[in-house]
Design a protein around this ligand. Structure first.
Ligand code: RIB
Length: 310
């Protein structure tokens, strides 16, 4: 069972379904509202736990109703919350999400997530040292991301940096990450490059391995020993809600990293495809059994179509 430590955000997602996105200044009638458990850190932790990993989360929640619900949800997923602080002076993080035609817009209020501290990372040092992989994103203070990269490096543990939400990062950080997992826009932002530059060129310029997510088109990846990026095709799925698809990808990548990059990326693409078929960031995240059945079904379909082809 792989051991994963996630250092990141925990949010309550406030989701409105709408026929389309409202324009600035416009009021639009939505069709449905619901709350769902989210936050990039929590989502990645849940994705990894569903796939069979032993997961510890480092983060922060307020002492409020959302905090109680989120804490209970993560506990039900079997995630170790010993390093999740409960803060009295600030509320839990929230994300206001509009979903229209399977796509989303998100506005996050970090609240407690803005207090996740380097000291918490140090306190989780034993868990990090014992981990097979560490995952970290950018919805928490950058000094805490930095502390995570440094601690993982010191312990010799692979650290996956998911640079979302995008912001320019010190070049030195990229030399410390074992791998970054941006989308095209995030890669350009992280490198301080022009968004019009071909993403394969940016991947070659990055000092660490890159796994670049391309939504339904799958992912591109460049490992440390390969000069050229390789492509993994996406898996067909009917997208109801893409919220959390990238987080599912990251959680799965961390779980399967030990099997080699090519296999890990293929399984992460499949897990992400499954995740978009249900509403909410976490509801569609597959279990290990569901992912296995999905991939076995694809292999069978591949055998049938090859036999059937002239
Ligand atoms: O990546 C999706 C997540 O981003 C949502 O769950 C929301 O909480 C924001 O953090």
């Amino acid at each position: 069972m792989p051991r994963i430590v996630v250092v990141g955000s925990i949010n309550m997602d406030l989701v409105t379904l709408a026929p389309r996105f409202p324009r600035p200044g416009e009021t639009l009638l939505g069709t449905q509202f619901f709350t769902a458990h989210g936050g990039k850190g929590a989502n990645q932790a849940v994705a990894a736990a569903r796939l069979g990993a032993q997961v510890a989360l480092v983060g922060a929640l307020g002492y409020d109703a959302f905090g109680d619900q989120l804490h209970a949800g993560l506990t039900r997923e079997g995630i170790d919350l010993a390093h999740v602080a409960r803060l009295t002076q600030v509320g839990s993080g929230t994300a206001s999400i509009t979903v229209a035609n399977g796509e989303n817009t998100i506005a996050v209020v970090p609240a407690a997530n803005a207090q996740v501290s380097p000291a918490q990372v140090e306190a989780a040092g034993d868990a990090i040292a014992a981990a097979d992989a560490v995952l970290v994103q950018l919805e928490i203070p950058l000094e805490t991301v930095d502390a995570t990269l440094r601690r993982a490096e010191r312990e010799g543990v692979p650290v996956i940096l998911n640079p979302a939400p995008a912001q320019p990062l010190p070049y030195e950080w990229l030399t410390r990450a074992s791998c970054i997992t941006p989308n095209q826009h995030e890669l350009a932002t992280v490198l301080g490059a022009d968004a019009s530059v071909d993403f394969r060129e940016l991947m070659r310029a990055c000092p660490c391995p890159v796994v670049l997510t391309r939504g339904s088109e799958g992912a591109w990846y460049r490992t440390a020993d390969a000069a050229e990026p390789r492509h993994q095709a996406g898996f067909a799925a009917t997208a109801v809600d893409t919220t959390g698809a990238g987080d599912t990808f990251n959680g799965a990548l961390a779980v399967f990293l030990r099997e080699g990059m090519a296999d890990a990326v293929r399984k992460a693409c499949a897990a992400a495809a499954l995740s978009v078929t249900k509403l909410g960031a976490q509801d569609g995240m597959p279990t290990a059994r569901e992912l296995g059945a999905f991939l076995a079904g694809r292999a069978q379909a591949g055998v049938r179509s090859r036999r059937g082809s002239p």
